[in-house]
Design a protein around this ligand. Structure first.
Ligand SMILES: C[S@@+](CC[C@H](N)C(=O)[O-])C[C@H]1O[C@@H](n2cnc3c(N)ncnc32)[C@H](O)[C@@H]1O
Length: 271
């Protein structure tokens, strides 16, 4: 990564530190195994994780780590570089089964023995994600799999025009003003959800199957999360697939999750 990219990632890590200090819990559907099944689908189910050694890159407040534990993971490595690290450590339900590391994903130890690595909603916030994908490749055992989830470009074009214009302002706001701004967006969005029930509006799939199921507090977090980080890339299908293929993953498969995002899985070859 060049210096400009490193600075952008450092700023994004700072943004997330601030975000997770405010939205620091994993309540309800947001932290549930049911949502985890939806994230893994159609490639894996929580049953695949039972008894496995796994890692999550970019753990935030630890909701995915707790989902992995609930699915029966034997050991989880949780990587989180931001000031939310303490929140992560506090939220973990079975600390004896987890190693928390305050490092960036590219610094993950090349142990070569992990069964699965997950990175959910993280790589699209890193200007040069390739070193992270490389590190994941080296940390997996032969036959191990890397599953990532990314924002998608396809299915989001209208939303993107809107959000990118808003972010020119919101990424510059101090935290308390951004929180107030979230409140202003929250109520019109509640009306939009009602319209989505009746009409085929943009992002209807995501709104009805994921967003509507979140608690009011988590809906506010999701709005904040869209407006806060200084760097976020929306991937085309081709770019999403290339991310893993470029780092020698094989059998790379892509799923258009709720028609607004990409779930991508790749396997480290046996030899
Ligand atoms: C949208 S959050 C996702 C958190 C968690 N995976 C989840 O789904 O709840 C993105 C996380 O990635 C972390 N992050 C940003 N840059 C990173 C990097 N270079 N390496 C590892 N994590 C990073 C941020 O600090 C943040 O907590």
């Amino acid at each position: 990564m060049n210096q400009k990219m490193i600075d952008r990632n450092n700023q994004t890590i700072k943004d997330f530190g601030r975000q997770w200090l405010r939205y620091n819990d994993n309540e309800g559907y947001y932290g549930s195994l049911e949502l985890f099944s939806d994230i893994l689908s159609p490639f894996l189910t929580p049953d695949h994780i039972k008894g496995c050694r796994v890692a999550e890159i970019g753990s935030g407040t630890g909701r995915i780590v707790n989902m992995l534990l609930e699915a029966g993971a034997k050991h989880v490595i949780a990587v989180e570089p931001s000031d939310a690290f303490d929140v992560l450590c506090r939220n973990i339900r079975q600390p004896e089964k987890v190693t928390c590391l305050k490092i960036t994903g590219d610094q993950l130890h090349a142990s070569g023995d992990l069964d699965y690595i997950f990175s959910i909603g993280v790589l699209h916030h890193i200007p040069d994600p390739n070193p992270v994908v490389q590190a994941a490749f080296k940390a997996l055992r032969p036959g191990g799999q890397f599953l990532i989830w990314l924002y998608g470009k396809e299915g989001n074009r209208l939303y993107l025009t809107f959000i990118q214009a808003l972010k020119v302002l919101t990424t510059r706001l101090p935290h308390f003003m951004l929180a107030a701004f979230v409140e202003m967006v929250y109520w019109p969005l509640a009306v939009y959800i009602k319209f989505c029930r009746k009409f085929p509006l943009p992002m209807r799939g995501y709104i009805l199957s994921v967003f509507e199921r979140m608690s009011p507090r988590k809906r506010r977090l999701i709005i904040y999360d869209q407006l806060n980080p200084s760097y976020a890339k929306y991937y085309t299908r081709c770019e999403a697939e290339k991310l893993l293929k470029d780092e020698k993953f094989v059998n790379v498969q892509v799923h258009h999750r709720h028609r607004y995002s990409w779930t991508v899985i790749g396997t480290k070859p046996q030899s």
